[in-house]
Design a binder for this molecule. Structure first.
Ligand SMILES: [Fe+2]
Length: 224
């Protein structure tokens, strides 16, 4: 799967984006990252065997491996604070367009229905398999704009973590699930396709706004 076959949003953020545009990017992402991992955790009790163990292994990293300050949602809070943004959950909900909400809603939909558990893990795998390189670019972009190590840690952490998670998600999670449930293997691909399609639509909308010189958000950004 290509990491970014839509508009080159991650490259733009790395090389050209203004601080205000990077803050907008973080506001969009906050809808998911402030609850990062929760929607996919709903699939854990709906899996068995090797697939279940693989999902728990990935999620354990997402939740900081027993260290609350290393939870990915907390690392993202630090990024938001570093950019002077309100880091409380839902603070920016009214500022994001429908396509941003759709990204979050799709993973909640998959996670909340046992019959869609294949789509849920496919969705997660697509995220894990395509995020390592973009996160490297986000980290570089934020450093270019003056972000310190605390602010960039969320992205730096994902460069390494997702390279490892990619293998676990593809082989141990989705591979094992598809072997155990051949009739649901199409659902795994469907979930992956949903993740990639929504991400592409979202990136296209944000980039089109920025290229026109306008904000990608609705109204004013909520400051810390
Ligand atoms: Fe994460």
């Amino acid at each position: 799967m290509a990491a970014d076959d839509g508009p080159p949003l991650s490259t733009f953020l790395q090389r050209e984006a203004s601080l205000e545009q990077f803050r907008e990017f973080v506001v969009h992402r906050s809808i998911y990252h402030l609850k990062e991992a929760d929607p996919h955790s709903w699939a854990i009790p709906r899996l068995r065997g090797r697939a279940k163990a693989a999902l728990v292994e990935i999620q354990s990293d997402e939740y900081g491996g027993g260290r609350p300050e290393r939870m990915h949602s907390e690392l993202f809070r630090a990024t938001m604070r570093g950019l002077g943004l309100d880091d409380s959950y839902g603070a920016h909900l009214g500022r994001v367009p429908a396509v941003t909400l759709a990204i979050s809603n799709a993973m909640s939909l998959f996670g909340l229905h046992r019959r869609l558990r294949g789509a849920s893990i496919g969705h997660l795998a697509a995220f894990e398999m395509t995020s390592s390189l973009p996160n490297r670019r986000y980290a570089a972009g934020l450093r270019r704009l003056g972000g310190d190590a605390t602010a960039t840690r969320f992205y730096d952490e994902h460069v390494q973590a997702d390279a490892v998670h990619e293998q676990i998600a593809a082989h141990d999670l989705c591979g094992a699930f598809a072997r155990d449930h051949p009739s649901l293997s199409g659902d795994v691909l469907y979930g992956a396709a949903c993740a990639l399609t929504l991400e592409r639509l979202w990136a296209a909308q944000v980039m089109s706004r920025w290229l026109r010189g306008t904000t990608s958000l609705l109204g004013e950004v909520v400051a810390a």
